[in-house]
Design a protein around this ligand. Sequence first.
Ligand code: F0G
Length: 344
Amino acid sequence: MYQGLIHRYKNFLDLPEHTKIISLNEGNTPLIPMPRLSKELGCEIYIKFEGLNPTGSFKDRGMTAAISEAVGRGAETVICASTGNTAASAAAYAARAGLRSIVLIPEGKVAVGKLAGAIAYGAQVIQIQGSFDDALSLVVEITQKTPIALVNSINPFRIEGQKTAAFEICDDLNAAPDWLCLPVGNAGNITSYWAGFKQYQKGLPRLLGVQAVGSAPLVFGHTFEKPETIATAIRIGKPARGEQALEAASESKGKIIAVSDEEILSAQKILAGEGVWVEPASAAGVAGLIAESTKSQFEAKGKRVVVVCTGHGMKDPAIITESFQSPKIIPASYESLAEVIFSK
Ligand code: F0G
């Protein structure tokens, strides 16, 4: 029986002796072929659908490792700053381990499915009158001054756990893909993938990291004091692992680019049109690939491409329900039903 990713990849993860495994059988997510999009763009595209992790995002990979380590060394309380997904994941794994969890989120900027998750799993949720970056500074300070354990991706064990997504892709394809496209926020995930591919020695992909244009410090080369984007998960102006992300992109002969909110929403629709509903930030990888495909030199043409979709669409239902017409209401009669279905 599958027992989670620490169990599966134990020999590849640098975790201390004291680690006590806390797992929700995360990982083992599918690589879904995208025949229509592949045909349209002229490459072989697969989605690594990380929204199918236990709390609905890729964060569970790093969190099983971070919480397992924290429990093993006797931590009683964990804390993180979050745009939402880390919060829900930390809360779930802390609950599983019997720890107290505290999550700091930017006021009013967290999608409802994430907030609901953090509350459901029993976290103490605190809204900060500021950005994710402000919240992260605060949790760093409090974990330096008190025994509370930090579970943001500055924590090296988060990176260890998140490397396993690269291992799974290599195992599924029997080699690394030619390109790996993914959204970039605080830059923990791109750092982890690159470390994972290098360690696994089944080839190296070129990396296409994608930021939202209103929150693109790694593309424009300066921090964003007031980051903005509808992709709230990656609304981050000072990525903690920004340097590592830039290094990974350049070492891989890849790049980090920015896409507009419109391009992100359009990519979300294209993915859903092929049966994969992801939250807006998660569609950034596809948006970036599409943007690249319109250039005269489309480097991924004819290549095998894995696009990481980091979080499930159910995390942010409002982005859909607020902008679409609500479904028609009809009397409960056959005639009315036939009329709406067959009328032009
Ligand atoms: N996609 C989703 C759905 C995310 O939630 C995040 C980050 C990213 C992409 C970017 O990953 O930060 O490793 O570059 N969310 C964090 C959070 C910041 O608090 O949930 P990254």
